[in-house]
Design a protein around this ligand. Structure first.
Ligand code: SAM
Length: 277
């Protein structure tokens, strides 16, 4: 039956590049290994290409779309998808902690916010054991980068701490309408068993990794000192790890960042301007 709700034109500012290739949709759902017992979270259902396939494969799908016109367009198809909950919201604001533990995330992410979305999802790795995501190729490279590679940075360390990352396949711009200006790739993140590496306090670990990469031209010691860590303690910690005081963040493995986090106390917060006066 034709959809009675008009199809809204694509909005570039919301990263609306819609999948038009059913073969890519099938490959994504197969890679996610969704079964009729699974709960799925889809971020940005758009015109519903992936939603339709997920609804057929999963027990339940929660699909969060920020664009009210697209949400309305999808709601007109709700009767076809009784197991899909269509939510009109910003995925970055949505209380994902209300979703069942074990939910699989499958999405063609809006590229303009893929990095904050990834950090949000990784912080909830106990809830989301598997994520299959279309991202811009540059982000796929950052997720999978190894120490010493140019793309290696905060996202690589935090993602590889949480999950096994596979850059599964690239997707041609011809598979979307409108065509994106950047390359695209599908990545799979399989969350590691708890205890395979333990960073202690996750927020402190995240802050340390960010601080380490905050000044890429500086040594790790200088970068951390600039971000409020005690220089002496950092030098001592590196010595204990048999690392030179001149190392740079981009040469440390994920395991070395974890060890450093366990040796370093979090820095005392700097007083804000009002407190200093
Ligand atoms: N899943 C559809 C597909 O594959 O054809 C659409 C993918 S499109 C790349 C990204 C979708 O995310 C768009 O529908 C866009 O409106 C939506 N979106 C953008 N920002 C969002 C946000 N903050 N929260 C939820 N959805 C968002």
């Amino acid at each position: 039956m034709p959809n009675p709700s008009p199809l809204p034109p694509p909005l570039k500012r919301l990263g609306q590049n819609f999948l038009i290739d059913p073969n890519i949709v099938r490959k994504i759902v197969a890679l996610a290994g969704v079964t009729p017992q699974d709960n799925v979270l889809e971020i940005g259902p758009g015109r519903g290409a992936l939603t339709e396939a997920l609804a057929a494969a999963a027990a339940r799908v929660v699909a969060i779309e920020i664009d009210p016109l697209l949400h309305q367009y999808l709601m007109a198809r709700q009767a076809e998808w009784p197991n899909v909950e269509l939510i009109c919201a910003d995925a970055l604001e949505y209380p994902t902690a209300t979703l069942p533990v074990g939910t699989i995330v499958v999405a063609n992410l809006p590229y303009y916010i893929s990095t904050p979305l990834l950090f949000m999802l990784l912080a909830q790795r106990n809830r989301f054991p598997r994520l299959v995501l279309m991202v811009q190729e540059e982000v796929a490279d950052r997720l999978a980068a190894k120490p010493g590679e140019e793309a290696y940075g905060v996202l690589s360390v935090m993602a590889q701490y949480a999950a096994e990352i596979t850059k599964a396949f690239r997707v041609s711009a011809n598979c979307f309408r409108p065509r994106p200006d950047v390359g695209s790739a599908v990545v799979s993140l399989r969350v590691k068993e708890a205890g395979s590496l333990d960073c202690g306090n996750y927020a402190d670990f995240n802050a340390l990794v960010k601080a380490g990469f905050a000044h890429r031209r500086k040594t790790l010691v200088n970068s951390l000192r600039n971000e409020g860590y005690s220089q002496g303690t950092v030098v001592e910690a590196l010595a204990e790890m048999d690392l030179q005081a001149t190392v740079r963040a981009e040469t440390l493995s994920v395991a070395q960042f974890v060890e450093l986090a366990r040796l370093l106390p979090a820095p005392t917060p700097r007083p804000c301007a009002a407190e200093r006066q």
